[in-house]
Design a protein around this ligand. Structure first.
Ligand code: NZQ
Ligand code: ZN
Length: 384
């Protein structure tokens, strides 16, 4: 039975070629705009120039240097600038990190009740937010059509997700041509991240949610098809547009309506990024296949369904469970993403630290709330 749900998603998606020009019509005419960006890719691929032309009639302030896995320390500099300049709107121009960082900035500028890391990121006390929009240049996170953000603190090597309905972008521009300049590693990361987002919401246990299951399976099949093609020919508009839209719908809430979801892979993955600096998507490849094997009895129904419907496999149920896991490993590896933690330097000390952190936080994850700190230790031991 599908569980009761409420679905709310107010993001205006503006998709296609030459759509950056449309941002001006979607920002209040008298707004003072802060443009946020990352390490400079937008200057090399022409995206910055397109944004500046579109915003000719606006007063604009710029903040650059938001790093992958955006840090509280960097973002607070943007918060100070935004407060001084009294900005009315923030336009994120870049990948998921710039957009997540922008969501934090948007919530932090009006916040005046104490430390922003403790209150906004950890306690998720978000009472107001400066409106924001996005020009997305990297298909991966789904942040462009959701209200979440993941923020790191360099000082303590922590990384936490936060969310609030106030943090949905007012609009997101998805022009697939902006992705033509992506490094291959980021294309692979994007496909792997989106794939794992679907898996977190699908690879649980069957409840007969036909739309959610079949939608999830079609997004997985799309990513399996376009991921390798995107690596081979990243200036093919059809390929990149399918990759971009797949990544968006993978995490705009649609697949998870009324169904159980897991998210343990992401929670463990955030620790691997925080402690080892491993790219987000790569942490997921280190965890998910081993979690699937560790939980193969609980996930048996879905593993069999996935092997048949996504990978067109046949055989006994035991064969199908095994094929579900090996096909998942092969998918990540086909993108050039290793699935062994040892490749990234993850070792027993890291595993011990993660177990300690989860124990101290008193957290358990997974659709059955049985991914305890001890289970996390077992899964990570399988991965190294
Ligand atoms: O910083 P610049 O110079 O822009 O370069 C970036 C960065 O080095 C580059 N890049 C982006 N677009 C480009 C480009 N280079 C050339 N051409 C382009 N068109 O790519 C590098 C990585 O960018 P980043 O934004 O870090 O990647 P991604 O979009 O994968 O975002 C990862 C972050 O999102 C979080 C992750 O934890 C991580 O911090 N996530 C956010 C989620 C959400 N808000 O819903 C969910 C996800 O599960 C994820 O946790
Ligand atoms: Zn992710």
């Amino acid at each position: 039975m599908i569980n009761n749900f409420t679905y709310y998603n107010p993001v205006k998606v503006i998709f296609g070629k030459e759509t950056i020009a449309l941002i001006a019509k979607n920002i209040p005419t008298d707004a003072k705009v802060m443009i946020t960006y990352g390490g400079g890719s937008i200057f090399k691929n022409g995206v910055y120039d397109q944004v500046k032309v579109a915003l000719t009639s606006f007063e604009v302030v710029e903040f650059g240097g938001i790093e992958p896995n955006p840090t509280y320390e960097t973002l607070m500099k943007a918060v100070e600038l935004g407060r001084i300049e009294k900005i009315d709107f923030i336009l994120s121009v870049g990948g998921g990190s710039v957009l997540d960082g922008t969501k934090f900035i948007s919530a932090a500028i009006p916040f005046s009740e104490g430390n922003e890391w403790e209150n906004i990121v950890k306690a998720k006390r978000i009472k107001a937010a400066i409106p924001l929009g996005a020009v997305l240049t990297l298909p991966a996170t789904g942040s462009e059509m959701n209200s979440g953000a993941v923020i790191s603190k360099a000082e303590t090597k922590e990384k936490f997700a936060m969310s609030s309905p106030l943090l949905f972008p007012k609009f997101s521009v998805l022009d697939p041509e902006t992705t033509f300049s992506l490094p291959k590693k980021q294309i692979a990361n994007g496909a792997a991240d989106a794939f794992t987002h679907v898996m977190e919401q699908y690879m649980t246990y069957p409840i007969g949610a036909m739309i959610q299951d079949q939608f999830a399976e079609s997004v997985l099949r799309t990513l399996i098809s376009v991921g390798p093609k995107a690596l081979e020919n990243q200036t093919d508009y059809d390929t990149m547009s399918n990759l971009m839209w797949a990544a968006t719908v993978a995490l705009n809430g649609w697949i998870s309506l009324g169904v159980p979801s897991d998210w343990a892979t992401h929670q463990i993955g955030h620790e691997l990024t925080a402690l080892h600096g491993v790219d987000h998507a790569r942490t997921l490849a280190v965890v998910l296949p081993h979690l699937m094997r560790y939980k193969k009895e609980n996930k048996r129904g879905k593993l069999i369904q996935y092997a048949k419907n996504v990978w067109n496999e046949t055989g006994t149920d035991d064969d199908l469970v095994e094929k579900a896991i090996t096909n998942t490993i092969n998918f990540y590896e086909s993108l050039g993403i290793p699935t062994k933690g040892s490749v990234y330097g993850i070792n027993l000390d890291t595993i011990k630290e993660i177990k300690t952190r989860f124990t101290e936080r008193g957290v358990v994850y997974g659709e059955n709330k049985d991914i305890t700190p001890e289970a996390v230790e077992d899964i990570l031991n399988m991965s190294i």
